[in-house]
Design a protein around this ligand. Structure first.
Ligand SMILES: [Zn+2]
Length: 205
């Protein structure tokens, strides 16, 4: 750990690694197994950086979207992978706009889960409340909160846990950690930070 209390991940490609403001990626880390999941995105079908996920996360996302469809739940991706370079550009923009307040909703470059290729912001087919407060009131938001763990995804920034996760409630942001672990975290009713404190093996590096 350095003077600012930020640790750099030793094994950044671990599916289960805790990534947050205190546990960051090595600079310029990019996963080597990014693919384009075959699911709809709110911005259309163009193959761009933000429509990529790591292979295992992509396969489970496709299954989740397909199973949701069977229940008349129409999911749509908003933003998935985000490179270190893109994160720098986004963060600088927010800081120019909001100053220090940007830290409450935007990750410092290297600390965003989106750099893992294992995180995705999800909306509904109409793109309502795309990555915005209110998504939790939609049928899709409710379905995801109740079911995403079955496909290995956890709701990473729950309501009322800002002091622990370091982020405001994000009902649209999901992180893939594998099906077995996602069920354990869901059943524990803990944030990933709290779960990691109790079960650090394979999660804290
Ligand atoms: Zn997100």
């Amino acid at each position: 750990m350095n003077k600012t209390g930020v640790k750099t991940l030793k094994d950044p490609s671990s599916i289960t690694a805790l990534v947050n403001k205190h546990n960051k990626f090595p600079d310029k880390y990019t996963p080597n197994d990014l693919v384009y999941p075959d699911v709809p995105f709110v911005f259309g079908s163009e193959k761009v950086e933000r429509s990529m996920l790591r292979k295992e996360a992509a396969q489970h996302l496709e299954t989740m979207f397909a199973e949701a469809e069977k229940e008349n739940i129409h999911l749509s991706g908003v933003s998935a992978f985000r490179s270190y370079e893109t994160q720098i550009a986004i963060f600088d923009g927010y800081v120019q706009q909001d100053g220090k307040a940007a830290l409450t909703y935007s990750a410092l470059p290297g600390t965003s889960e989106h750099q893992s290729g294992l995180a995705i912001d999800i909306s509904n087919a109409a793109g309502e409340f795309a990555a915005e407060q209110g998504f939790e009131t939609t049928a899709e938001g409710k379905w995801l909160a109740a079911n995403s763990y079955k496909y290995g995804y956890i709701l990473r920034f729950p309501d009322g846990k800002e002091a622990i996760t370091g982020y405001e409630y994000e009902s649209w942001h999901f992180r893939y950690i594998g099906v077995d672990l996602a069920k354990k975290v869901f059943d524990s009713n803990l944030t990933y930070e709290e779960y990691a404190d109790k079960h650090p093996e394979g999660i804290l590096q």
